[in-house]
Design a protein around this ligand. Structure first.
Ligand SMILES: [Zn+2]
Length: 240
């Protein structure tokens, strides 16, 4: 069994740039694509912190600014509040926020929108991309995932692509998810929590516990306290 075969078993796999033997060899550019402010933090806030702690560069691309996410506020007001929260969350994680210009609850996928996102992702020149898993109860999550996947397909020098999972307080949003890579985030779990709580307008008390429980159950799969789980896109196995 070669190294790649071994990685495919799951527990032995590590994300590029986070294995002990590769952490300091090359500075990687990581891009995380989420639909709304707080999705990337929930799905892979721990791994973002691990990457920035290891000296890698992380940009978080928010498909929307969460314009529809504060009851009683206009889109402009909510977008401004949530943009500020997002900037705080990214600062906590050592990442940079990028906004893709779509509208919360009204995301669109068409030829022009795909082309727009292709350009944005290519301009970031990522080595590694994380995105929502494409099957999800929220249409914006599906749209962000497919835009990321399409942009990844269009890139000549393809980054390694992984999908992450998200929940709400009422249950799982990501559907039919089959992760095979689990990353220990125990050491950075407090920062992940802090980044999620930067989104104060979203009442994090209502959904953080679900993510903590998820991280705990993912941790049980690799015998650590907290973990995040990922499904790799298989077309490019350079790092597996
Ligand atoms: Zn969302």
């Amino acid at each position: 069994m070669n190294r790649r075969d071994f990685a495919l078993l799951g527990a032995a796999a590590a994300l590029p740039g986070l294995a002990e033997d590769t952490a300091i060899r090359k500075k990687l550019k990581i891009v995380v694509v989420g639909a709304h402010p707080d999705d990337p933090e929930c799905g892979c806030g721990g791994v973002i912190a691990r990457y920035t702690d290891a000296g890698h560069s992380v940009s978080v691309v928010y498909f929307t600014r969460g314009e529809a996410g504060i009851h009683g506020k206009s889109h402009a007001e909510a977008g401004a509040i949530r943009t500020a929260e997002t900037e705080r969350a990214c600062k906590i994680l050592g990442a940079r926020a990028v906004f893709a210009g779509q509208i919360d609850g009204a995301t669109e996928l068409n030829k022009a929108r795909y082309a727009e996102f292709d350009t944005l992702l290519a301009s970031e020149a990522p080595d590694v991309v994380f995105a929502h898993w494409p099957l999800d109860t929220h249409a914006d999550h599906c749209a962000a995932s497919l835009a990321a996947y399409r942009a990844w397909q269009a890139m000549r020098r393809k980054p390694t692509l992984y999908f992450f999972e998200v929940m709400t307080n009422s249950g799982r949003q990501t559907q039919q998810f089959t992760p095979s890579i689990f990353m220990d985030i125990t050491a950075v779990a407090a920062r992940k929590r802090e980044a999620i709580y930067a989104h104060a307008s979203q009442n994090p008390d209502s959904y953080y516990p679900a993510h903590e429980q998820l991280a705990r159950s993912r941790g049980m799969e690799i015998r650590c306290q907290y973990a995040e789980a990922f499904a790799p896109a298989w077309q490019d196995a350079r790092f597996l």
